[in-house]
Write a protein that binds this ligand. Structure first.
Ligand SMILES: Cc1cc2nc3c(=O)[nH]c(=O)nc-3n(C[C@H](O)[C@H](O)[C@H](O)COP(=O)(O)OP(=O)(O)OC[C@H]3O[C@@H](n4cnc5c(N)ncnc54)[C@H](O)[C@@H]3O)c2cc1C
Length: 237
């Protein structure tokens, strides 16, 4: 759930909350009367710089205390609430990633583009938390649609013997804001593993593995690929 915009505005105007975001996002947990609050945000820092990381750690812990106080003061039902735990360290949304044989773009995501060498698919919107200030951009795919992730986005340009998975695959900042979410990074991880195993079994480089073989293995394992993908390939063979 996310919301509490009015209360966040009120607390911000009263100088009791200093967050570069305009809402509070929280999820139920398996424990009654416990919620997981995902609402700190630190911008204008580099996740590859140790000084920036220390600053982000300090800022986000200060924000966490402010949010806890805000919930107790402003939100009915939270009067007696307290922080049970937090992340062990600050989480970094995005830093460097590989430049691959194909770079997935915002247009691919929003047009729900299909690729012959698809090894995973996603439907999560483009969800950019401004890296420089407040604000969130949310752009959805057409309802019921999904975009493909091509195996080429997992293959680093001009490098052999390496497959990249998860949030480090090749894509633009905008596309990354969609494919970085956990179900999709798990799917690209599974695809990278299947491709690596096939390459090792045959004694070849990952690029030399036929994409159809990777796709068949993924379908055998129960991965979610476009149902027409293999049928079309088999019909053409
Ligand atoms: C604050 C925050 C909130 C988020 N909220 C959500 C959300 O609500 N929903 C959602 O779906 N996604 C969310 N995400 C995104 C998602 O969690 C990540 O994009 C995703 O977990 C990335 O997975 P990954 O496997 O690519 O990388 P990681 O999960 O970072 O895994 C990489 C692993 O490699 C290990 N590693 C690094 N270097 C080495 C090394 N040299 N040797 C061995 N191991 C190494 C690391 O310790 C780590 O365990 C959020 C991310 C952040 C930062």
């Amino acid at each position: 759930m996310h919301g509490l915009w009015d209360l966040v505005r009120e607390a911000t105007q009263a100088g009791q909350l200093r967050l570069p975001r305009e809402d509070i996002l929280f999820f139920a947990t398996p424990h009654e009367e416990e919620v997981s609050v995902n609402s700190t945000r630190v911008t204008r820092v580099l996740g590859t710089d140790v000084w920036d990381l220390s600053f982000a750690e300090w800022t986000s812990r200060r924000q966490m205390r402010q949010i806890a106080e805000f919930l107790r003061r402003y939100v009915p039902g939270f009067e007696q609430s307290y922080v049970a735990q937090s992340g062990v360290q600050v989480g970094v949304r995005e830093t460097r990633r590989v430049l691959g044989d194909y770079q997935l773009t915002a247009d691919d995501v929003l047009a729900a583009r299909k690729f012959d060498d698809a090894i995973a698919r996603g439907a999560y919107p483009i969800d950019i938390h401004s890296p420089t200030g407040s604000g969130t951009v949310l752009k959805r795919l057409p309802p019921g649609e999904a975009y493909d992730i091509p195996l080429r986005s997992l293959m680093p340009r001009s490098t052999e013997g390496l497959i990249v998975a998860g949030r480090c695959i090749s894509g633009t900042h905008e596309a990354h804001s969609s494919y970085r979410v956990m179900p999709i990074v798990m799917a690209t991880g599974q695809a990278a593993g299947a491709c690596a195993a096939l390459a090792a079994r045959r004694g070849v480089m990952p690029r030399e593995v036929a994409v159809g073989e990777v796709q068949r293995e993924l379908v055998r394992q129960g991965a979610s690929l476009r149902p027409d993908l293999l049928r079309a390939k088999e019909a053409a063979a």
